[in-house]
Ligand binder design. Structure first.
Ligand SMILES: CC(C)(COP(=O)(O)OP(=O)(O)OC[C@H]1O[C@@H](n2cnc3c(N)ncnc32)[C@H](O)[C@@H]1OP(=O)(O)O)[C@@H](O)C(=O)NCCC(=O)NCCS
Length: 151
């Protein structure tokens, strides 16, 4: 297949749609329009015009986070996330070794291949807010997440 790898940031609509199609949570489009240009690094893979895979690094160079790793379901299992992650790791190599690099993994089989480990000296924590501003339990967040059949 003729895939094109690029460092151009994705457009808002295709970014939001790829997240949902891959089963990640829906993002506010206005926030995405403001946030995407502030990516430290973005990598996309296209099949023709279609965005089929992506990944980003956000942060300020002292602390960075790997986010939005997603491959469209029809293209999964073809090595695209490895291409995305190898590109992300090449960018990380350009950062000082003192930079703190984090990610939150929804899956436990990918990121270890690139050196990420589950830390034992610290606990990653997240705050999830509902539309009403109330803080939610992780169970409530999982139930809200759209499945592929709800897209
Ligand atoms: C997770 C995801 C990004 C992986 O993308 P992908 O393109 O299908 O993965 P790849 O084909 O590049 O596989 C990468 C490696 O993982 C392995 N792998 C793929 N699927 C696997 C699975 N279900 N279980 C274990 N290993 C798996 C592959 O064998 C490959 O290993 P190798 O490179 O050492 O040979 C993709 O499935 C996805 O978008 N999922 C939904 C969104 C998501 O969960 N994103 C991550 C959020 S943290």
């Amino acid at each position: 297949m003729n895939y094109v790898v690029s460092h151009a940031i994705p457009a808002v609509d295709e970014f939001c749609e790829l997240r949902i199609e891959a089963g990640l949570s829906a993002m506010d489009r206005h926030a995405a329009a403001s946030a995407l240009p502030r990516s430290l690094h973005a990598v996309t893979i296209r099949d023709g015009d279609q965005l089929i895979a992506m990944g980003r690094i956000v942060g300020d160079g002292l602390h960075v986070q790997v986010v939005d790793i997603a491959v469209k379901p029809a293209w999964q299992g073809n090595g695209l996330s490895r291409i995305v992650m190898e590109d992300i790791m090449s960018f990380i190599e350009t950062l000082p070794t003192s930079t703190i690099v984090n990610l939150f993994a929804d899956i436990d089989w990918l990121y270890g291949k690139f050196g990420f480990v589950v830390p034992t000296h610290t606990t990653g924590m997240s705050l999830h807010r509902g539309a009403d501003g109330e803080h939610q339990s992780f169970d409530a967040v999982e139930q809200r997440r759209p499945g592929p059949d709800q897209v």
